[in-house]
Write a protein that binds this ligand. Sequence first.
Ligand SMILES: C[S@@+](CC[C@H](N)C(=O)[O-])C[C@H]1O[C@@H](n2cnc3c(N)ncnc32)[C@H](O)[C@@H]1O
Length: 272
Amino acid sequence: MASSKQLTGVSRTLLIPLRARAQEHVRAFPLFRDTQAYHWFQSLSWDPKLEDWYDWRYQICISVRTKLLDDIANQHIATHPDSLVVELGAGLSSRYHRLGKGKTQWIELDLPEVIDIRLELDTPTDEHWFLAASVLDRAWMEKIPAIAPENVLFIAEGLFYYFEESEVKQLVQQLRSSFAGATLALDVGGIVFKQLNASKANQLGAPMKWFVEDEKDVAALGLSVKRVFPLLDCYLERWGLLPWMGWWWFVFWRSLLRNFCLILETELDPVQ
Ligand SMILES: C[S@@+](CC[C@H](N)C(=O)[O-])C[C@H]1O[C@@H](n2cnc3c(N)ncnc32)[C@H](O)[C@@H]1O
């Protein structure tokens, strides 16, 4: 049986989105079904230290984030017949099983201790394989199949928060120099996100370091921002709040929390 005990620091945080997806799977009206996440979560032990961080609000936020990135991935696969999806810091993402199987090539990239756990739960195939590497060590880029960059979708879900700004800049620069024209879908957190999460993440030994004011900070990295989805503005029905919210509160809520968490679809600009 796979064990989550070998997970420490940032790697341990993968249990949070895995649990959120497993719980979404068994809801009456879920944003998505995810049999794989449900079974994988059952077979791993939950880390009680994460309990302080994880609650029902987190579960909804992660489910909405998952759904928005699923929408982007579905559209990319449908419009690029020879597509490749690369999940950076994939954790135990089961997106390939939800929407990629038989339709696209797919690579899961994460640190070696995470790939070891995935190998106990998941089986690599010709179209779905795993890369054990730090995303910050550009050697992994040599292992990506040589296909036209516009067919490649990189997904960085719940990842960039854990890097220094200088690391984010360097990684994006390296991606741009090797894959200009590819799509990068990612989530970024704003100041309110930082206030709610940074100290909890610190206590767990997984410090969050990179936050943004809005999507302009992302564009400044050399990324053309194609679409912006404020997380708290999407799939509102999942919160079940609308019936009792006055319009004034609704407007206040939206303007204050627009940049709480942004899901972005971007294109990697060429390096000049
Ligand atoms: C919050 S989890 C998100 C996992 C997954 N994307 C999801 O949404 O379920 C963060 C992930 O980033 C991975 N990670 C952190 N630093 C990394 C690095 N330098 N290279 C590759 N993966 C990294 C961790 O191991 C962990 O799996």
